[in-house]
Write a protein that binds this ligand. Sequence first.
Ligand code: NAD
Length: 495
Amino acid sequence: MTTPNAPVMMDQARRAAEKLRNSTLAERLAELDSLQDRIRDRQEALVERIMAETGKTRTDALVSEIMGSLDYLHWLHGAARKVLADQKVSTPIALMGKSSHIWHEPWGVVLVITPWNYPFHIALTALAPAFAAGNAVILKPSEHTPLAGVFESLFDGLPLLSAAVQIAQGDGETAAALIAERPDRICFTGSAPTGRRILAQAAPLLIPVDLELGGKDAMLVFDDVNVERTVAGALWGALTNAGQSCTSVERLYVQRSIHDTFVSALRASLDTLVVNEGDAGDADIGAMTTDFQCDIVAAQLDDARQKGAEVHGGGRVPETRLLRPALVTGVTADMRLMQEETFGPVIVVEAFDDEAQAIRLANGAPFGLSASVWSKDLARARRVARALRVGAVSINNVMLTEGNPALPFGGVGESGSGRVKGAEGLLGMTRSKAVLIDKQSGKLEANWYPYTRTKYRLFGDLVNGLFGRGPGALLRFARAGLKLESVAQKPREGL
Ligand code: NAD
């Protein structure tokens, strides 16, 4: 693989951004529509390729990567016209006769830097809205899952997309070289330490950065739930994509009165899960994507064992990157498992006594990506959801906010800032331009020069009329306004 030449790529992106200014939203959406068809038509080949590079199960590759991406494109097609449309906003009475507007304009060149856990979905759901909004894009995929040639071949023959989106293969150095070329915006998804490095590099260049970082998501289970369904939700939420999701359930808090029953049911179900790679759609947990992530998971489990936790299951299948899922109880706050993102097939369960303690435990992590609250009592579930310091909450389901492309996605605290997806994410690919339109006439504004004592007195009356209360206020405002209007048209002499 040749190292991309950052200045050349940025130069090309700048020219593409200039050309995109002559395209219409309808033309760009038409190409995204073709892209949607191509992804649907090539889904099996894409699934194979994603499985080969990530180790995912066939079902995870199809549902999270392909179906999730198609769903996003479908939403984008329906929403973009409305979200990106020029907007007319109200104009205050003091500016009578003028009109006020917001135009949503592209940044220019957006640099998208992505991780290895959802290499297709995360890249697509960043580049598609950036392109729809009229930006040129440079995508820097993870060096661990480059998907080389995949996007290029999907864009082939689509003139706007293939000119506007370039793929820069490489590692962190490549990304840093691209940042040095001053893209207009950076959309980063990855770990908190890398996020800090990117912010530090972008700060002196004053480049705005979207940070979509890691998580340590909590699942709160109250004692009135249907245990069978909630256990099934917990298993999937913690183990889908072999736990390599930023919104994986990493901390499962269960109300003490059902804790033991819940843990027994979890353990029994865990033991039935099929761990396999290269499956035909019938494996539950696939392989880890990288060796270093296997090592991180093993080290965290070892640390927990040494500090007294009970670990059920776990372990690596020899000669593979398959990790058997582990269920951990008896944890304490000093364990790495409770402090760091685990990003592997591990379920950690702790008991809580009441609502207040559940909220305290959930909010105890520096991360705040998403969470879930499980209870038949929806008033309680909503109350708890409001108290959680996170960017998203599912009630009686898990990781489901991500299932709706109309909802924004992003975190708080060490999970980052900024939002992708939804109208907010699409608008994030634009910068707003405030526009105020007046008529061309000979009329002078009252607040323009010359300043005079008469004008000053009338402005005082205007303020009292405009912001005064009581029945006569509007009348006072109108009288002062009319007088100001007339004196404003006269020269200083004679006032
Ligand atoms: P990472 O931070 O190691 O790498 C992410 C990307 O940043 C890669 O493309 C990498 O090459 C690049 N990079 C590395 N050093 C860089 C530098 N100095 N400057 C610029 N770019 C640099 O993350 P990862 O291991 O690929 O992904 C896993 C992490 O991503 C986890 O923490 C996970 O929670 C997080 N994640 C977050 C979200 C979200 O939306 N919040 C989604 C998926 C993954």
